[in-house]
Design a protein around this ligand. Structure first.
Ligand code: ADP
Ligand code: MG
Length: 398
C-alpha cells in the first residue's frame, strides 16, 4: 500500500492525534544550540492544529536507556516549541498507565502537548517485540490516530516509531514526505556527476553506506574522524587520532573497490593536528602521512579543503554528511567551512544530512537557503542511501 500522507487525513476536528516528531536537538548547559529539528516539525504541527486536532507530540532525546536522566528531559524543548508555535505547549512528564488521561481530556481543538522523552522507558527501544508493543499500546490509548514525522528516528524499530503504527490509523507528516522525496532524487537517476562527501566520527557506522555508494557515485570524498582509519589502512602513522583498528581490512577492500568502480576517492593530503582534543590546543598543519606520534588530527588541512572544494564544484548532485573536523572548536572548523562554502556556491542539487552537519553549517554562519536541502536525518538518510529498509517507513506502507 502506498503511504497515506496528510492529504488523505479524515476529518480530525476534535480528534486526538499522536504525532511522533524528531526533536533531538543539541543542548549545551541547558540551552538549545540549534533548533533546526524543532523548526522542521512545525509545518505538520501547525497543519494538524489548523484542522482542529488535539496534538500530542512524542519525541526522544539522547540515549537515556530507560533511566530518567534529568539532563535528557524534553522540558526545554517544550518551551522552545511553544515559542516557535506562539502557543502554550503543556509538558506531560508522566503518561504511563493512564496518568496523562486528565491532562489530555482537558485539551481543546488546536492545543499541543509534549510527552516526556519516550526513551525514559526502556520498552521504547527494547529488542523484545512484546515489550515494545505493550508500551506502544499504552501510548496508543492516548490518541485516535497516529502521524509519523520524526524522520531522524525512522531507521529505528522503536515503540513510538514502529509498533504504534500497527495499532492506529497512520499517516506520514510533511517532513517525512519531504525527506523521502529528496532521498529519491539522490537514488533514482541523480544528475551527474554525483559526489558524496562523508566525515564525522564513526567509521563503522558509515562503512556500509560507502560500500553501497561505490557503484552509484562519481566522487567520494572522505574527511573528519574517518580519515585516519583510511590513512592507517594505507600504512601511515596516525598518532593519537581517532582510529577504528578493527576496520582496517574492510577499508582496504573499499579502497580497492573504489578503484575498480572508477570512483574518484578523495582523501586529505594535509591535516590540522594538535597535542590534545581541546579548543585551545596549539594547531599545526602537517602532511597526512606525517602525523606526529604524540598528536591527533582534528581537521583536514587547507590544501585538502581547497581540493575538496574544487572536486565538489565539478558535481551536479552533492550529498554531504559528517563534519570535516571538530568544527565545535574554531581552530578546527576551516575544513568544514570550506566544504560548506563549496556546496553553497554549487550550481546543482545539494543536500546536507546529519544532526551535527546541519548544526555545523548554521554555526558557521550559512543560511539554510544556501543549500538545496538540509536533512534532519543522519543515520536514517544514510541507511536509506545504503538501500536498507527503514522500519518506521515500511510500517506506514502496511
Ligand atoms: P552527523 O551528526 O552530521 O551525522 P557525526 O555524528 O558522524 O555527524 O559526527 C560529528 C562529530 O564528528 C562532530 O561532533 C565532530 O566534532 C566530530 N569530528 C569530526 N572530525 C573529527 C576528528 N578528526 N576527530 C574527532 N572527532 C571529529
Ligand atoms: Mg551526530
Amino acid at each position: 500500500m502506498p503511504i497515506a500522507t496528510l492529504a488523505s487525513l479524515p476529518d480530525i476536528a476534535g480528534k486526538r492525534v499522536l504525532l511522533r516528531s524528531d526533536l533531538n536537538v543539541p543542548i549545551k548547559d541547558g540551552n538549545i544550540t540549534d533548533d533546526g529539528r524543532i523548526r522542521a516539525s512545525l509545518p505538520t504541527i501547525n497543519h494538524l492544529r489548523a484542522l482542529g486536532a488535539k496534538v500530542i507530540v512524542m519525541a526522544h532525546f539522547g540515549r537515556p536507556k530507560g533511566v530518567r536522566v534529568p539532563e535528557m528531559s524534553l522540558e526545554p524543548v517544550a518551551r522552545r516549541l511553544g515559542e516557535l508555535l506562539g502557543a502554550n505547549v503543556a509538558f506531560i512528564s508522566e503518561y504511563r498507565g493512564g496518568k496523562a488521561s486528565d491532562a489530555i481530556g482537558k485539551m481543546q481543538p488546536g492545543d499541543v502537548v509534549l510527552l516526556e522523552n519516550v526513551r525514559y522507558e526502556a520498552a521504547e527501544t527494547s529488542k523484545v517485540d512484546e515489550e515494545r508493543l505493550l508500551f506502544a499500546q499504552d501510548l496508543a490509548s492516548l490518541g485516535d490516530i497516529y502521524v509519523s514525522d520524526g524522520f531522524g528516528a525512522v531507521h529505528r524499530k522503536h515503540a513510538s516509531v514502529y509498533d504504534i503504527a500497527t495499532l492506529l490509523p497512520h499517516f506520514a507528516g510533511f517532513l517525512i514526505s519531504a525527506e523521502i522525496e529528496v532521498l529519491k532524487r539522490l537514488t533514482v537517476n541523480p544528475v551527474r556527476p554525483y559526489g558524496v562527501v562523508l566525515g564525522g566520527s564513526k567509521v563503522s557506522d558509515k562503512l556500509g553506506v560507502i560500500k553501497n555508494l561505490l557503484d552509484k557515485v562519481d566522487l567520494l570524498a572522505i574527511g573528519g574522524g574517518m580519515v585516519f582509519t583510511f590513512l592507517a589502512a594505507q600504512g601511515h602513522e596516525v598518532g593519537k587520532s581517532l582510529l577504528e583498528a578493527d576496520q582496517l581490512d574492510e577499508v582496504r577492500a573499499l579502497i580497492t573497490q573504489a578503484k575498480e568502480a572508477g570512483v574518484t576517492l578523495l582523501l586529505p593530503t594535509d591535516i590540522v593536528v594538535a597535542p590534545a582534543f581541546a579548543a585551545d590546543s596549539p594547531a599545526t598543519v602537517v602532511a597526512a602521512h606525517e602525523i606526529p606520534a604524540d598528536q591527533l588530527g582534528l581537521d583536514i588541512g587547507p590544501v585538502s579543503g581547497a581540493a575538496f572544494a574544487e572536486a565538489i564544484s565539478g558535481c551536479k548532485t552533492l550529498f554531504w554528511n559528517g563534519p570535516m573536523g571538530v568544527f565545535e572548536f574554531d581552530a578546527f572548523a576551516a575544513g568544514t567551512k570550506a566544504v560548506a562554502q563549496a556546496l553553497a556556491e554549487l550550481d546543482g542539487f545539494t543536500v546536507v544530512g546529519g544532526g551535527d552537519s546541519a548544526a555545523a553549517v548554521r554555526r558557521l554562519g550559512f543560511r539554510d537557503e544556501e543549500f538545496g536541502y538540509i536533512s534532519t536525518g543522519g543515520g536514517a538518510s544514510l541507511e536509506y542511501l545504503e538501500g536498507k529498509a527503514l522500519p518506521g517507513i515500511t510500517v506506514l506502507e502496511q
